[in-house]
Design a protein around this ligand. Structure first.
Ligand code: HEC
Length: 178
């Protein structure tokens, strides 16, 4: 009934709305029907498919990253084609302390770079989280920004800078302590 009553419209396709991939099928099952072997295989496949920046640059502009984090546009029927999608990070996370409107489905990312540092291992792990959160937590509730092509490589770099750049409002100690 659902399939028959829906049709593709713009970027919103019936296939994307109703057809689950293997990972979504697994995570939609009751726990009793999820085997550890299947889960491990899916998580390893997700991790193996993460594409890291070819030039090794993980950080772009935090200013652009902030705009992407605020932007909830993308992949809906009313979104014009060829307009880059946003990351909508504030829908689920606290980031800069000055922003009063944010969701709390995800953990607060206030002071993220200050708390974690920006060594190569941390940058790679965070890139993985943004590219495909299922590679980190199998049934994660966060969108797969890289794997699903929601954000481009440069957009991912910019959002990374929002998290890690010492000049980013996310990492200002005076404000983070408020
Ligand atoms: C639909 C809600 C949602 C959106 C949108 C979302 N996230 Fe998340 N995020 C989560 C949840 C839930 C977690 C907790 C772990 C998990 O489920 O992956 C998380 C975890 C994280 C983590 C790991 C935090 C830690 O302490 O390890 C980072 C970093 C992160 N998100 C960054 C972002 C950024 C940047 C964006 C925007 C590009 C974003 N998230 C968009 C829900 C979301």
């Amino acid at each position: 009934m659902l399939t028959a009553s829906l049709r593709d419209r713009g970027a919103l396709t019936v296939a994307r709305t109703l057809q689950q991939d293997a990972l979504q099928q697994f995570c939609s099952r009751p726990a009793a029907q999820q085997t550890a072997e299947d889960g491990l295989a899916l998580q390893q496949a997700a991790a193996a498919a993460v594409r890291f920046p070819a030039d090794g640059r993980y950080l772009g502009s935090w200013r652009r990253g902030e705009r992407i984090a605020q932007d909830g546009r993308g992949l809906q029927y009313s979104d014009p084609a060829n307009v880059p999608a946003g990351g909508n990070c504030y829908a689920c996370h606290q980031l800069k302390p000055q922003e009063p409107a944010y969701g709390n489905l995800g953990p607060s990312l206030l002071g993220f770079g200050t708390r974690h540092g920006a060594d190569a291992v941390t940058l790679k792990a965070t890139w993985t989280q943004l590219y495909n959160p299922h590679a980190v937590h199998l049934c994660a509730l966060m969108p797969r920004f890289g794997q699903q092509g929601i954000l481009t490589e440069q957009q991912l770099r910019d959002v990374m800078a929002l998290l890690f750049d010492p000049d980013s409002p996310v990492n200002q100690p005076s404000q983070a302590n408020e």
